[in-house]
Design a protein around this ligand. Structure first.
Ligand code: SF4
Length: 216
């Protein structure tokens, strides 16, 4: 269920320039606090689980920075945490798009297809990057028991249907965490819908790096 507060009240971080969050583009990155999952390998766990400990960023200040930098940016990335926890994410993205005229990429765990569907219908996102955690039967292990195999399959199948409808707007990826076997990775490669590839990225153990100091 998507019942988190508005994205403005979840905003905890801004990276004014990133070269690695949207391949081929110079982007700004906005970080929204809060996540419904508890992945044991999460690198952004403070942002995802304890964001209430940090102050919310000023809406006016963030819009000023983004508007000033927009002329030399190629895009805006919205990540978390899990951005799609907020039911009004589509309207929030529409506001950003209207103010900045920048393409928007949204990172998501794929568990909130109804919010994604509205984002796509409103044409507020240019690319949705979906993390597939593992084969269905390993979802409880990989998400801190927040998602059952049945829930994972149901949510991601809805997400895959959206990808079939908007084939140019989706990217599927997975992080090769230690609990995934070669057989798991082989099985996962068959999950995305026709025409899509599952992109893999290496797992790097957490070494205390803050979410605004990303390695790439
Ligand atoms: S879905 Fe992402 S942000 Fe949420 S706990 Fe898992 S790795 Fe962390």
């Amino acid at each position: 269920m998507c019942n988190a507060p508005s994205p403005w009240s979840r905003l905890r971080g801004l990276e004014p320039m990133s070269l690695c969050d949207w391949p081929g583009r110079v982007c700004a990155v906005l970080f929204l606090g809060g996540c419904d999952l508890r992945c044991p390998t999460c690198h952004n766990f403070h942002l995802a689980w304890y964001s209430q400990d940090d102050p919310c960023l000023s809406r006016i200040h963030i819009l000023e920075i983004l508007a000033r930098n927009a002329p030399w940016l190629d895009g805006l990335v919205v990540t978390g945490g899990e951005a799609a926890l907020s039911a009004d994410l589509p309207e929030w993205l529409a506001e950003l798009h209207a103010r900045l005229s920048l393409p928007i990429k949204l990172d998501t765990n794929g568990m909130h297809p109804a919010v994604l569907e509205r984002c796509l219908a409103l044409r507020t996102v240019n690319l949705v990057a979906v993390d597939i955690k593992g084969p269905w039967d390993k979802y409880p292990l990989l998400t801190g028991n927040r998602v059952s195999a049945h829930q994972a399959r149901a949510s991601l199948h809805q997400t895959f249907k959206l990808a079939e409808h908007y084939p140019d707007r989706f990217l599927f990826r997975t992080t090769l965490v230690p609990s995934l076997s070669p057989e798991d990775i082989q099985a996962m490669s068959m999950l995305p819908p026709s025409g899509h590839t599952l992109h893999t990225q290496p797992y790097r153990p957490f070494q205390g790096r803050h979410h605004k100091e990303k390695a790439c």
